[in-house]
Ligand binder design. Structure first.
Ligand code: ZN
Length: 177
C-alpha cells in the first residue's frame, strides 16, 4: 500500500524551481555548452587516431582541452543550442548547491554513453594518451595534457568543470600525468 503523504514532496520541488535565479541557470547553461563542445573535441581526437571507438582517454583529453582553451564566440553560440535542449529535459535540477551534482551527472552520462565497456576490468589505473596527429587541435590537446598538472581554475565555472574531470578520472581510473 502506498502512502499518499509523499505527494507533499511534489510541491516542495516546485518551490525550489521558483527560487532558481538567472545567474545559476546561466552557469549551468554555459557548463553544458562546454560539455557538448568537449565531446566534439573528443570525437575529433578519436577520429584522428588509429582507434575506431571513443575511449575514456579521448573523453578526458576533450574535457581538459576545453577546460584550458576557451571556446570562441561562434562555438559558444553553436553549443548553447544543444545545452538548451538538455536543460529543457532537466528543469527540475537546479539551485546553487546542486550545480555540481548536475554537472557531475552530465559528465557521467556523457562518459557512460560513450565508454561503457572500454575501461579496465582489472582495476589498474590507465595513463591517458592522446594520439600522434599533427593537426592544430590534436597538437593543442597534447600541450594541455602536459600543462594540466599546473592548471588553476580562475572562476566558478572552470572550477566545476575541473572537479568533474577529476571525478571522472577517479571513477574510471584514468591518470592524466
Ligand atoms: Zn588531429
Amino acid at each position: 500500500m502506498s502512502d499518499m503523504s509523499d505527494m507533499s514532496d511534489m510541491s516542495d520541488m516546485s518551490d525550489i524551481i521558483d527560487t532558481i535565479d538567472d545567474a545559476t541557470y546561466d552557469i549551468i547553461r554555459v557548463y553544458l555548452a562546454q560539455m557538448q563542445s568537449a565531446v566534439k573535441i573528443s570525437e575529433i581526437i578519436c577520429s584522428h587516431s588509429e582507434r575506431e571507438e571513443l575511449t575514456g582517454s579521448d573523453i578526458i583529453c576533450g574535457l581538459i582541452y576545453r577546460l584550458m582553451i576557451p571556446m570562441s564566440d561562434d562555438e559558444i553560440q553553436e553549443c548553447m543550442a544543444a545545452a538548451d535542449e538538455i536543460l529543457e529535459e532537466d528543469e527540475e535540477e537546479e539551485d546553487d548547491e546542486i550545480i555540481q551534482d548536475v554537472v557531475n551527472d552530465v559528465a557521467n552520462d556523457v562518459v557512460n554513453d560513450v565508454v561503457n565497456d572500454v575501461v579496465n576490468d582489472n582495476g589498474d589505473w590507465i595513463k591517458i594518451k592522446s594520439n600522434s596527429c599533427n593537426c592544430d587541435i590534436c597538437c593543442q590537446v597534447r600541450v594541455t595534457l602536459l600543462n594540466y598538472k599546473n592548471y588553476e581554475p580562475q572562476d566558478i565555472l572552470a572550477s566545476r568543470f575541473n572537479n568533474s574531470i577529476k571525478e571522472t578520472c577517479e571513477k574510471y581510473k584514468l591518470l592524466v600525468n
